[in-house]
Design a protein around this ligand. Structure first.
Ligand code: NDP
Ligand code: 2IT
Length: 445
């Protein structure tokens, strides 16, 4: 790492102890930024990096609720409003027992650059709770969401901060959150949340957008090597919103997705995942992948283990952070891997990224490859602001344009800085310069 950035990085790490994922995200970005500071000493003089690493506002709050047996439960809620140079804070809410400040800050930090890359007017933020929705009834999830929003509502708004979904937060949760916001404020402020249902202000394509966008981005990378998804053997991790829609899109483009996973195990389906059955099991029944395997011939279920043990020419990690390590990366490379498109946020460890890059595997980092979700959230905000709703075709066309644009901008930035094909460098520098320019223009705030 550049020596000038090294000492800033050390200060950031010391100021934020015990937040391993936030440290990892910061180090990964700083490693790309040396050459930018050679060209732009004004960024150092204005302490852009120090300011970028310090969230504009961090909110931590108590979320009390009662479970179905009448027992009081207490969770912790978070919203980190990281950077508003380009627009209102924008980013999802994650409900998962592993959530703590370090996770929310890593996600919020990544979101700043991702949102800048979309070209849309959105700043970066993230939130969530250590609430575990698994095994909870709809009524429990509703009471939790209502309590969460009873504090969150005072911090958000169409022009301030616009949350959406992430792990554990989908259409059901956004519905309960929106209902409570509307009730407390007495305002039908559609643009305060995205990922809404289609009849009450949501956008077509938003549910599909992250997974579709990841595949579109990866297809653009494959094109640079004169190939495409057609005929590829694809492995996807996860079986939630991002994974399911990535599987669907990859298969539409002619690939065979031979495996996917959840946190209990993985399935191998040599004929290609049956997306309708997967949706039925995971989205309608809220079941487990094991149930999918039991209902389809020729499918094997592996309890525990790693889905990255399955050979692939294209890998799409769509579950969670640090799920693919250096050892798994080396094994995938040996099995003939061509490309990785990150649907999840920071799913590859730093070791894994190094293995992919050294082997010449096309590697699309999450902040570029999974930006289709938040970009379509911004399209939902546009529709809300103009009280309009667009067709599926029009919205998907916009998503495709945006993803191709992100790919081309990352590739052009990597070329400009003398590292053709390095999408990590392209995404980090491309996102950073846009935010840094806006911060400079807006003065010391
Ligand atoms: P979902 O909750 O819909 O699905 C998450 C999936 O990942 C599930 O299959 C889950 O398995 C698995 N998973 C979650 N945590 C772990 C873990 N600790 N270990 C192993 N498996 C795990 O979430 P999404 O699909 O929305 O999100 C997936 C990833 O994509 C996340 O990294 C998220 O930040 C990122 N992302 C999401 C966007 C969106 O629009 N939703 C946009 C951009 C990025 P199980 O059911 O067993 O827990
Ligand atoms: O990580 C992400 O980009 C998301 N979870 C989506 C955020 C959004 O505001 O749509």
């Amino acid at each position: 790492m550049d020596a000038r950035l090294e000492s800033i990085k050390d200060t950031v790490l010391a100021r934020n102890p015990g937040e391993a994922e936030f440290h990892q995200a910061v180090v990964e970005v700083f490693e790309s930024l040396g050459p930018v500071h050679d060209r732009h000493p004004e960024f150092l003089e204005a302490a852009i990096l120090e300011r970028l690493c310090e969230p504009e506002r961090q909110i931590i709050f108590r979320v009390p609720w009662t479970d179905d047996s009448g027992r009081v439960q207490i969770n912790r809620g978070f919203r980190v409003e990281f950077n508003s140079a380009l627009g209102p804070y924008k980013g999802g809410l994650r409900f998962h027992p592993s959530v703590y400040l370090g996770i929310v800050k890593f996600l919020g930090f990544e979101q700043i650059f991702k949102n800048a890359l979309t070209g849309m007017p959105i700043g970066g933020g993230k939130g969530g709770s250590d609430f575990d929705p698994r095994g909870r009834s709809d009524a429990e999830v509703m009471r939790f969401c209502q309590s969460f929003m009873t504090e969150l509502y005072r911090h958000i708004g169409e022009y301030t901060d616009v949350p959406a979904g992430d792990i554990g937060v989908g259409g059901r949760e956004i519905g309960y959150l929106f209902g409570q916001y509307k009730r407390i404020t007495n305002r039908y402020e559609s643009g305060v949340l995205t990922g809404k249902g289609i009849s009450w202000g949501g956008s077509l394509v938003r549910p599909e957008a992250t997974g579709f966008g990841t595949v579109i981005f990866t297809q653009e990378m494959l094109k640079t090597r004169g190939t495409s998804f057609d005929g590829q053997r694809v492995v996807v991790s996860g079986s939630g919103n991002v994974a399911i829609n990535a599987i669907a899109k990859a298969q539409t483009l002619g690939a065979t997705v031979v495996a996917c996973s959840d946190s209990s195990g993985y399935v191998v389906d040599p004929a290609g995942i049956d997306v309708d059955l997967l949706r039925e099991v995971k989205e309608v029944e809220r079941g487990r992948l094991k149930d999918y395997a039991e209902r389809r011939a020729g499918v094997s279920y592996v309890d525990g283990g790693s889905v990255w043990d399955v050979d692939a020419t294209v890998a799409l990690p769509c579950a969670t952070q640090n799920e693919l390590d250096g050892g798994a990366a080396a094994r995938l490379v040996r099995s003939g891997l061509l490309a990785v498109g990150e649907g999840a946020n920071m799913p590859s460890t730093r070791d894994a990224v190094a293995v992919f890059q050294e082997a010449g595997v096309l590697f699309g980092p999450g902040k570029a490859a999974n930006a289709g979700g938040v970009a379509t959230s911004a399209l939902e905000m546009q529709q809300n602001a103009s009280r309009d709703s667009w067709s599926f075709e029009h919205t998907e066309e916009r998503l495709t344009e945006i993803m191709v644009g992100i790919h081309d901008r990352c590739a052009a930035t990597a070329d400009e800085y003398g590292e053709p094909g390095n999408y990590v460098l392209g995404a980090n520098i491309g996102g950073f310069v846009k935010v840094a320019d806006a911060m400079l223009a807006q003065g010391l705030i």
